[in-house]
Design a protein around this ligand. Structure first.
Ligand code: PLP
Length: 381
């Protein structure tokens, strides 16, 4: 049958290869500190687990409506009032199978094959790979240290190609860097003036350290917002997210969602109702991330690694290792084998400059992060 279609030939996630190797070494008895995969180290909030346990015994758990359980959509709408002081009609909220499901629905509903969509480099690799599997052209916007790894309107103005869409994420993955509020306003206006469809991936909202993140719907009702229960809500494996969409896109997305997914996972939707009542518990987890972030910011330079992207949010440190190695993938593999600390090479996120960078995920226990920094410091000094 050959290799399958041309559009399905997307790049693998190197991080998954690193994780496999880390697990193999762990199974052989080596002590491994996992900082490679970008997910919370805690389980879903207690209230979510209690709700899930209860419904598992009592409910049939059939499909829900394709747009999601109506109570959950209403509760997410209330959450927008609590978090952003913003009223959003619950009809504009669509529950999805993770942010990943939301991104697929957004791309399919907004773009045709041959359209051109801009994304930053570095960025979450799923964007690039999903778009190329849909035969959508990609415009890369390089935002390295010269821009403090933050998207700004100057980068858009410099672009020579016309684009149909722009994807941005603030805080971003792999950097954790956030676009400044005034820049976000300029970017939104630029998209409106140039008839560019904006997709704002807000999956790391709620995990911010300096300034609260601003949602794009606050500035533009025509943008599509993607969010998820995977990160702040600590429900990665439950595969649940949501979108906020313009009113005139609801029916289009509903038709796609009915055919692609039928409905998001029912048990996860019911559990998510409990998560939305658990903000205090979730904020305690964010307080731990904050401690871990401080630890990384003070310890990395002591290891000779003083160049990294501003960690404004999320739980990542994107670190320049070019003073120590010319190939970050080899650097990561050596680090794993020699000191048992698993991290991700930058090439997953940036095909051009990623060889210079690595990503640490610091969502683990503070003691583990401290131990990882001890091992790194002994290894490099
Ligand atoms: C920026 C970004 N968007 C989307 C996703 C996919 O998330 P989900 O688990 O909600 O599908 C991730 C996962 O790491 C991410 O980092």
């Amino acid at each position: 049958m050959g290799q399958g279609s041309k559009r399905s030939q997307v790049s693998p996630f190197i991080v998954m290869d690193i994780m496999r190797e880390a697990n193999e070494l762990e199974a052989k008895g080596k002590s491994i500190i996992h900082m490679e995969v970008g997910q919370p180290s805690t389980s879903a909030p207690r209230q979510a687990l209690r709700t899930a346990g209860k419904v598992l015994l009592q409910e049939r758990l059939g499909y829900t409506e394709a747009l999601g359980d109506i109570d959950l959509r209403k509760k997410i709408s209330q959450f927008y009032i609590a978090r952003y002081n913003l009223e959003i009609d619950f009809n504009r909220i669509i529950v999805t199978t993770g942010a990943s499901g939301g991104l697929q629905l957004a791309f399919l509903s907004l773009f045709d094959a041959g359209d051109r969509v801009a994304l930053t480099e570095p960025c979450y690799p799923g964007y690039r790979n999903m778009l190329s599997s849909m035969n959508i052209e990609i415009e890369k916007l390089s935002i390295g240290p010269e821009y403090d790894f933050r998207l700004n309107v100057e980068v858009l103005e410099k672009m020579s190609n016309r684009i149909d869409g722009l994807i941005m994420s603030s805080p971003g993955n792999p950097t954790g860097s956030m676009t400044k509020a005034e820049q976000l306003e300029l970017i939104v206006s630029w998209c409106q003036e140039n008839q560019v469809k904006l997709i704002s991936d807000e999956i790391y909202h709620g995990i911010e350290y300096e300034e609260p993140a601003i949602t794009a719907v606050n500035l533009d009702n025509d943008s599509i917002v993607i969010n998820s229960f995977s990160k702040y809500f600590s429900m990665t494996g439950w595969r649940l997210g949501w979108m906020v969409v313009p009113e005139n896109m609801i029916r289009t997305i509903e038709r796609l969602a009915q055919n692609l997914f039928i409905s998001p996972p029912t048990i996860s939707q019911l559990a998510a109702l409990g998560s939305l009542d658990s903000l205090e518990e979730l904020n305690q987890t964010v307080a731990r991330y904050k401690k871990n972030r401080e630890l990384m910011i003070s310890r990395l330079p002591q290891c000779g690694l003083s160049k990294f992207a501003p960690i404004d949010g999320a739980f990542y440190a994107y670190v320049d290792v070019s003073n120590l190695a010319d190939n970050s993938e080899i650097f990561c593999r050596e680090m794993l084998r020699e000191i048992g600390v698993a991290i991700t090479p930058g090439i997953d996120f940036d095909r051009e400059n990623g060889m210079r960078y690595v990503r640490f995920c610091f969502s683990g226990l503070t003691e583990e992060i401290n131990e990882a920094m001890n091992r790194l410091s002994n290894w490099l000094n």
